[in-house]
Design a protein around this ligand. Sequence first.
Ligand code: LRY
Length: 244
Amino acid sequence: MTTHPLPDVLRALEGQLVVSCQAYPGEPMRSPQIMAAVALAVVQGGARAVRAQGIDDLRAIRPLVDVPLIGLVKRGDSGVFITPTVDDAVACAAAGADVVALDGTPRDRPDGRPLRDSVEAVHRAGALVMADCGSLGDALHSVAAGADCVGTTLAGYTGERPATAGPDLELLAQLAATLTLPVIAEGRVRHPDDAAACLAAGAYAVVVGTAITHPTRITRSFIDHLAAARRPHREPVDSGAENA
Ligand SMILES: CC(=O)N[C@H](C=O)[C@@H](O)[C@H](O)[C@H](O)COP(=O)(O)O
């Protein structure tokens, strides 16, 4: 439940779909131009905001889309890796992010500074903060640090909660019932039904990444389904008709 007057950027997202456009190191689509085209394509499809990773990608996407841009920088894939430092957060805002997504956990950050420092620096730069959280404790920490909205982005990735097959609806409902700022569903939203379930659980908006913008993993999910569905090969039965 949201009770505070919200900035326009967040108000525009209520009940809407945000699409995360990210390619990972070494992947064929890892290029700012390609991610910018993907971002434009999802906006044409109705995404009301784009989430993107990396300063070059943000710079390439910014002039192409007129929806809010949620920016982050990823450094590695363990510990605090989503926009881990104050400098990274400021760089995202300078590259055109309206909202800077950053790790909202109380874990030690690589620059040794508290979450609050990143939040305040983003606010000074004129942007908002989405705190990526993995638990209720993270979300409460983020709210205390001044975040403008929280996401379930890290649910299942910090060791505090199991990685559910789909979105962590239990955490989502818990956050939505506890907090008075927007709670954004993110992580393992694989199907439109999952997205609808997130809204029903209290999400303010829903972020979908892999299921829309990662062709390698989408293809692999079809391959796995086919492998499971394929019947064991059987020799055709010889009816003996041609000898009759
Ligand atoms: C945990 C982490 O690193 N999440 C990242 C955050 O930006 C991205 O790798 C995810 O793709 C994004 O959160 C969207 O989630 P999904 O791709 O499951 O729809």
